[in-house]
Design a protein around this ligand. Structure first.
Ligand code: FES
Length: 111
């Protein structure tokens, strides 16, 4: 799978433990900073569609603020049933900016 990269934020805007919301090519993405590292996931809780960016990062999980569902920051797995996963994306920082690696099937696939 190949990727394109897109600058999505200034690094300082993404605070420890908080979610940062961004729309990339029409898809809602949330970026969390946890223990200094960045993680990007689809910004939609599969329970009732709330924005995960309203929640927070804790214990290596993204926590939905509305009913407390938790998803692994690395692979998007739901803690009560790891078969259920939300898409995750590669993200990195360089020179004070945050970049998302966008897979080729970003717009067509559920990734
Ligand atoms: S909408 Fe996320 S836990 Fe209910």
């Amino acid at each position: 799978m190949s990727f394109t990269e897109k600058q999505i934020a200034i690094s300082s805007r993404i605070k420890e433990g908080k979610g940062f919301s961004v729309v990339v090519d029409g898809k809602k993405i949330v970026v969390f900073r946890y223990k200094g590292e960045l993680f990007a996931l689809r910004n939609s809780c599969p329970h009732q569609g709330a924005l995960l960016s309203d929640g927070f990062a804790q214990n290596e999980q993204a926590v939905c603020l509305y009913h407390g569902w938790r998803f692994n920051l690395k692979d998007g797995a739901f803690d009560n049933n790891p078969i259920l996963k939300i898409p995750t994306y590669a993200v990195y920082e360089k020179d004070g900016f945050v970049f998302l690696k966008i897979p080729d099937d970003f717009l067509t696939g559920d990734v």
